[in-house]
Write a protein that binds this ligand. Structure first.
Ligand code: SAH
Ligand code: DHB
Ligand code: MG
Length: 326
């Protein structure tokens, strides 16, 4: 994808020429709008200094900017403004960076725009999934479920594996569970573990509405209490495990997931990049430290072959790991 190019041009009119400069610049707007690839061409005037006019132009590509700069009306601008300006114009090129901060997290408007675009293509409107999101919001659950495209990825992976037994650690409202359960063949089973009874209640209703409740077993309690029970009752081996609960315990969840797997099983863990904080050992954030311990343990564990991938999207900047059991 090409980076949009922004051009910011400041023109400083001599006080008695302000109106004339304004007219010269404004006359460019319809001309420039005709330029292919020119998305926006706006004129601003500085409140504190009426001689300071600023154009902000956005071009889709470098090529669009180059053809604009060579256009006759732009080439002639210098001559038109000659004698009208209080000081030389200041023209600069800017490229957008992913530095918008929301709640202290990195974001970029393109990430949401592209996720919207991908959702239109790959995850068309689905009343059941939307109802699950709505019910989670209405119940005051945190909006931290996987995104639609991530849910679809889990679904695609489960299908590709032909997974008949799936384990999820961290149910929340059952959103990712619906994606996973829909990938199960007849007779397949998803066990999903949730600490909070209130979350499990919302999830139960959502799985019911999705028509997959018969295939899904919600186990309520601390995952570290329930995982040994699953081992004791020989609930595995799981073909696919999705780790997505409290980050502090991820390393222990990994160990249980491997013990509950068979050669060829896949283990996926969410939220392993944490806005890039994962490279910083000094954050003092126990979630970041938990994920750092997990990534290191995963990389060093001879029972798996693993990697991690960074992601951006509606949920910001994060990532997941994937590990295949040997
Ligand atoms: N997988 C879900 C999101 C899970 S959010 C989805 O994408 O739709 C993480 C969930 O893990 C929360 O509901 C939280 O209550 C639960 N959780 C936190 N600590 C836990 C623990 N110790 N044992 C089990 N679940 C836990
Ligand atoms: C957050 C996101 C998650 O996917 C999750 O499992 C836990 C927390 C978050 O954005 O804070
Ligand atoms: Mg998550």
């Amino acid at each position: 994808m090409s980076n949009a190019v922004h051009v910011v041009a400041r023109h400083f009119a001599r006080p008695e020429k302000v109106r004339e400069v304004h007219e010269v610049l404004t006359a460019l707007i319809p001309l420039s709008r005709a330029e292919p690839g020119c998305l926006k061409y706006e004129l601003f005037q500085n409140d504190a200094d009426p001689t300071d006019f600023t154009f902000i132009e956005t071009f889709a590509t470098d090529a669009a900017l180059a053809s604009h700069a060579a256009a006759p009306y732009v080439v002639a601008l210098g001559a038109k403004l000659n004698g009208l300006l209080a000081q030389p114009s200041d023209v600069r090129v800017y490229r957008p960076l992913a530095v918008d901060m929301r709640d202290g997290r990195t974001t970029d408007p393109r990430w949401t725009r592209v996720d919207d675009y991908l959702e239109d293509l790959f995850t068309p409107a689905d009343a059941t999934l939307q109802a699950a999101l709505d019910s989670a919001g209405a119940a005051g659950l945190p909006p931290i479920q996987v995104s639609a495209t991530q849910g679809k990825l889990l679904h695609v992976i489960a299908r590709a594996l032909g997974a008949r037994r799936i384990l999820e650690i961290g149910t929340l409202a059952g959103y990712s569970a619906i994606w996973l359960a829909r990938a199960l063949p007849a007779g397949g089973r998803l066990i999903t573990i949730e600490l909070e009874p209130a979350h499990a209640e919302v999830a139960r209703a959502n799985l019911e509405r999705a028509g997959v409740a018969d295939r899904v077993d919600i186990r309520v309690g601390r995952a570290l209490d329930i995982l040994p029970r699953l081992a004791a009752e020989a609930a595995g081996a799981f073909d696919l495990t999705f780790i997505d609960a409290d980050k502090v315990s991820y390393t222990q969840y990994l160990d249980w997931a491997i013990r509950l797997s068979h050669p060829g099983s896949l283990i996926i863990a969410d939220n392993v990049i944490r806005d890039g904080a994962v490279t910083d050992p000094t954050t003092g954030d126990e979630m970041v430290d938990g994920v750092r311990r997990f990534n290191a343990a995963l990389a060093a564990d001879p029972r798996v072959s693993a990697t991690a991938v960074q992601t951006v999207g509606v949920k910001g900047y994060d990532g997941f790991t994937a590990a295949v059991c040997m």
